[in-house]
Design a protein around this ligand. Structure first.
Ligand SMILES: [Zn+2]
Length: 240
């Protein structure tokens, strides 16, 4: 997506939630998502659960957060949603936001970062928010795989149905910088196939494509792991 792309519409709007929380939307996108939010119970619920987390993160290391805070945060603004639960005024997780901006990470990674925030915060709060992340990602063709608690690894994997199977584009951030990694696809009958392998990179970032004959609708799990079975990141894939 380029900066000149038209605002997304339809189902794509669900995908803007993460960037919305982190203040990463353009004006047009912000307007489009705000309108969508008023009529989408799914996003209302997710936002209610997500919006308290930045404040939670701020408690973790307020000194660092202050140091990295943008002077004029364009954080998500509060939106009045009739009938929605009260979720207070969203506050951008400034440390993460600053890092994202500095690196000019694309929106899909921004969204993925929001997923990472959720995982971190779920550990801090003792809440089980991880399945929530998977749920709202599952409506799209883009899956976010995250590492174990404490890991900053976020891997966005698009799943594109083809007549021959499923094409995948993997986009990983904060992966281990060395070692060999394998992408394993598991179907709903529990059968697994290795569909890609690659080595770590100095930047911890990797983008690659993979393909497998398994139909998109029958994929149930994606795991990025090492040869000895350590799960670098994983995601469950909801039925389509
Ligand atoms: Zn929605």
């Amino acid at each position: 997506m380029t900066p000149t792309s038209p605002p997304p519409s339809g189902d794509d709007l669900h995908l803007l939630l993460g960037a919305f929380v982190l203040g990463g939307l353009s004006e047009d996108e912000h307007r489009a998502f705000t309108q969508h939010l008023r009529t989408c119970p799914t996003c209302q619920t997710e936002l209610a659960q997500v919006s308290g987390l930045p404040a939670l993160l701020a408690l973790v290391d307020p000194v660092d957060a202050d140091a990295l805070a943008p002077t004029s945060p364009t954080a998500a603004t509060a939106v009045a949603v009739p009938g929605a639960p009260s979720y207070g005024e969203p506050v951008a997780p400034v440390a993460l936001l600053a890092e994202v901006r500095r690196r000019r990470v694309r929106r899909r990674l921004l969204t993925a970062a929001a997923a990472a925030v959720l995982v971190v915060a779920s550990v801090l709060s003792g809440l089980t928010l991880y399945p929530v992340v998977q749920q709202w990602r599952a409506g799209s063709d883009r899956i976010v795989a995250t590492g174990p608690p404490g890991s900053r690894t976020v891997v966005s994997i698009s799943l594109e149905p083809r007549t021959w199977g499923t094409q995948m584009v993997l986009d990983g951030d904060n992966l281990p910088t060395d070692g060999v990694f394998y992408l394993e696809v598991t179907d709903r009958e529990g059968r697994s196939w290795e569909v890609a392998s690659w080595t770590g990179t100095p930047s911890g970032q990797t983008t690659l494509q993979a393909a497998c004959w398994v139909e998109r609708s029958t994929i149930s799990k994606l795991v990025i792991q090492t040869r000895d079975g350590w799960h670098v990141a994983e995601a469950t894939v909801a039925a389509t």
